[in-house]
Design a protein around this ligand. Structure first.
Ligand SMILES: Cc1cc2nc3c(=O)[nH]c(=O)nc-3n(C[C@H](O)[C@H](O)[C@H](O)COP(=O)(O)O)c2cc1C
Length: 216
């Protein structure tokens, strides 16, 4: 075992002594790479909405449940409400589609992340193609090779402060997976070309991988 005193020197930070912005930078720099949930919703009037969220993972496979976290907009950001459209729509309708983002349409995904007023349809802004879902009202993103129709299970409001966040848990009612990338329930990463988010404007590809068997 390594001697505990022989590691490189560490800086210890108390988050309560630093700004939410600086703590955010530490979190998004450390928790990498993050997959991207590209979430489609509709509002109570039927206006479509599309936005990416990289605070995203799987919560359960039985039943299949995914989760992601819309944050609270900093106060006064472009005169938009603190609650993001995606969260408001999901609370109102209890439905969303979670689409996986591939390199091929990363730029269009990025276009939907602009701070846009609630009545703007990000399918139109981005040029991405809405495809009707089977069970729910929000459309799927046709360009995405993996789409999941989800019903809201639970929202956990972790913090309502600026840069706070809510955990949205949704049960997957339908998986839609492009035939050509699917083989006996395995999804071919060389065809999916999923991208991940690092800090700031940096992304990563999923092309360089290595194998490591778990201990028996
Ligand atoms: C790749 C990427 C990942 C993002 N991840 C998050 C996230 O996890 N949580 C969040 O609140 N905003 C995140 N954003 C910013 C939102 O997409 C952005 O605020 C968007 O305008 C929200 O849209 P809405 O108000 O239509 O829901 C991300 C942006 C990008 C480009």
């Amino acid at each position: 075992m390594t001697d505990a005193t022989s590691f490189p020197s560490m800086r210890t930070l108390n988050p309560s002594e630093h700004s939410p912005q600086d703590n955010y930078k530490l979190l998004v720099g450390a928790v990498v790479p993050r997959p991207i949930a590209f979430v489609s919703t509709v509002d109570a009037k039927g206006v479509r909405n599309l936005a990416p969220f990289s605070f995203f993972t799987v919560a359960s496979a039985n039943p299949p449940v995914v989760c992601f976290c819309p944050m609270v907009r900093p106060s006064g950001a472009r005169n938009l409400p603190p609650t993001k459209d995606t969260l408001r729509n999901i609370i109102d309708t209890r439905e969303f589609v979670l689409n996986i983002v591939s390199e091929e349409f990363g730029d269009k995904m990025n276009a939907t992340s602009a701070d846009l007023p609630p009545d703007v349809d990000e399918f139109e802004v981005s040029g991405l193609t809405p495809v009707p879902s089977e069970l729910i009202t929000p459309p799927r993103v046709g360009e995405s090779a993996v789409q999941m129709e989800c019903r809201l299970e639970q929202v956990v409001h972790v913090s309502t402060e600026p840069l706070g966040g809510s955990l949205v848990l949704g049960q997957v009612l339908r998986f839609h997976i492009r035939e050509s990338i699917l083989n006996n329930f395995r999804i071919d990463p060389d065809q999916l070309h999923a991208i991940g988010r690092m800090a700031g404007a940096t992304y990563c590809r999923t092309r360089e991988r290595f194998e490591m068997e778990r201990p028996k």
